[in-house]
Design a protein around this ligand. Structure first.
Ligand SMILES: Nc1ncnc2c1ncn2[C@@H]1O[C@H](COP(=O)(O)OP(=O)(O)O)[C@@H](O)[C@H]1O
Ligand SMILES: Cc1ncc(C[n+]2csc(CCOP(=O)(O)OP(=O)(O)O)c2C)c(N)n1
Ligand SMILES: [Mg+2]
Ligand SMILES: [Mg+2]
Ligand SMILES: [Mg+2]
Length: 323
């Protein structure tokens, strides 16, 4: 998948803004939702439903990724995944991304092209396209992604619809990305815990579970970007309810437990407060028959906040950019 045509060692400053744009946009095939792609003052995206789902997330070098820990291609996959997951978490189907790139002048062209290829390939997984963007000079590599999506006639599933008595269920991985980050931070051998490091570099959000949850009658839905407790806390707050998680339902894989022991950490901390896996967490009316890829992990009650077996979690609260 990864191919290059930038001259080895060429920087973005040497190639120039418009040469870079030409090489980036050459990597973005356009799907049928894109009526007009890169090249004009704006893209034109089909909105057959009459509504457009729109979301944006920024990635900043040093905060969201390190160039010595992740390849450009990985960062592209992750930047797309983080945004596509937010569209799915409304119960919608992603249609297009707009990608702003701030680059230091000495950034190798090859890095920018690898990023583009990662963005392209993650979009391909959901049938979306990179339909436009921007390139500017900046001190740190910064990637600003806007994702658009289509609800295909269904209501959006918000954070605000959970009701006492509902089930709380999750689809996708929890704690994997945080475990992978710990491997990198502790300088542990990547081979032994490769699955976690790979999960950190390239999250694998269960995109289809978003619209599927909507179809199953989910009352609230969110993707887990900052940690299960914090993100379910947003659902609890927006819905005016309490969420009680069942600790026994939060399985810790054996390899994750071994890794946590090496890092002198409680693996449940990763499962409850590690973000960036972009699992889908939802509430459903009691009695909803859930497909096998959803795990029931708790229930909704009257009150406020999120507890584990009825007690507040004593560990950290989850990711906070300004903590
Ligand atoms: N700078 C901002 N201006 C306007 N809205 C913002 C800003 N930052 C965040 N928001 C909004 O606040 C909400 C929560 O943001 P965030 O926690 O980043 O959500 P998520 O974890 O799904 O990306 C979103 O609806 C987002 O659009
Ligand atoms: C170098 C590095 N350090 C720390 C992290 C961990 N980390 C960075 S941002 C983040 C949370 C998710 O990012 P955010 O910008 O809050 O996305 P959003 O919640 O808006 O989707 C986490 C767990 C990382 N990915 N890379
Ligand atoms: Mg955000
Ligand atoms: Mg989100
Ligand atoms: Mg966040």
């Amino acid at each position: 998948m990864e191919s290059r045509c930038g001259t080895m060692d060429e920087t973005v400053a040497q190639l120039g803004e418009f040469g870079l744009i030409d090489q980036l946009t050459a990597r973005y095939p356009q799907g049928e939702e894109v009526l007009l792609g890169p090249g004009d003052d704006a893209a034109v995206i089909r909105a057959a439903d009459g509504r457009v789902v729109a979301t944006t997330d920024l990635l900043v070098e040093g905060r969201h990724f390190r160039r010595d820990w992740s390849s450009a291609y990985d960062v592209g996959r992750k930047a797309a995944a983080q945004n596509l997951a937010d569209v799915a978490a409304m119960g919608a189907h992603p249609t297009a991304l707009l990608v702003g790139l701030a680059a230091p002048p000495d950034l190798p062209v090859d890095w920018a092209l690898g990023l583009a290829e990662g963005l392209r390939d993650e979009c391909r997984r959901v049938g979306a396209s990179v339909a436009g963007g921007d390139v500017v000079r900046g001190d740190a590599v910064t990637i600003a992604v806007t994702a658009l999506g289509d609800l295909r006639g269904r209501p959006a599933v918000t954070r605000a619809g959970a009701r006492p008595g509902d089930l709380v269920a999750v689809c996708g991985r929890l704690g994997y990305s945080a475990a992978g980050l710990a491997v990198l931070e502790h300088g542990l051998p990547e081979t032994e815990y490769g699955a976690y490091v790979a999960a950190h570099r390239r999250p694998d959000p269960p995109y289809a579970a978003g619209p599927a949850a909507a179809g199953l009658g989910a009352t609230a839905l969110i993707d887990v970007s900052d940690g299960l407790l914090q993100d379910l806390g947003h659902v609890a707050h927006a819905s005016g309810v309490a969420i009680v998680l069942d600790r026994a339902a939060l399985a810790v894989p054996d390899a994750m437990a071994r890794l946590a022991a090496e890092c002198a950490t409680d693996p449940l901390e990763w499962v409850l407060t590690g973000g960036e896996d972009h699992a889908m967490a939802a509430t459903f009316p009691a009695g909803t028959a859930l497909p096998a890829d959803w795990r029931v992990i708790g229930r909704v009650a009257a009150g406020e906040g999120v507890t584990v077996d009825g007690r507040p979690w004593a560990g950290s609260g989850g990711w906070n950019h300004f903590a």
